[in-house]
Write a protein that binds this ligand. Sequence first.
Ligand code: AMP
Length: 179
Amino acid sequence: MVMIVFMGVAGAGKSVQGKMLAKKLGYKWLSTGELLRQNVTDKRKAEMLTGKLLDDGEIISIISRCLESKKSESRKIVLDGFPRTLVQAEWLIAKHLRKEIEISAVIHLEASKEVVLQRLLRRGRPDDTEKAISLRFVEYEEQTLPIVDWFKSKNVDVYEVDAEDSVGKIHQKILNSLK
Ligand code: AMP
């Protein structure tokens, strides 16, 4: 199973770009945020609304089940929103090292807080309140951002993409970087 992983702070455009790339390359798009919104308990949904990251063990078991069920139908996956912590990244890279999956690229979408804040306030999802957004920024900086360099240190191909442009231009930059 080949995987392209999208990373970036909330509002950087992971889902928009992930879906576009998946469509263009014939990959299946898989988002943990989307899976969670569809599948978790009310208690977890309430937790998500605060902007907090959910428990690693729970997320890993959800994604693990999902990958198992997709094994036969889909060999190529765009992963959006996972991993977000070192524990999750270690789980994923262990699969990569065992050759159960191949992480072919990590796309890191970079955008300033000012730009993503405006995007999120315009999007207006239930967890796009100022309070939840600021917690997501903190979680991102403390837990997720360190994984980008960590992936590089594991010899995974990481592409940094300036994500402050228009949707079309960012998509093009992603395609160019994957060439
Ligand atoms: P997203 O749709 O990617 O913005 O995710 C929405 C919310 O789902 C996040 O703010 C977290 O509460 C939760 N979530 C999604 N992916 C993960 C993950 N990999 N680890 C922990 N929590 C996650």
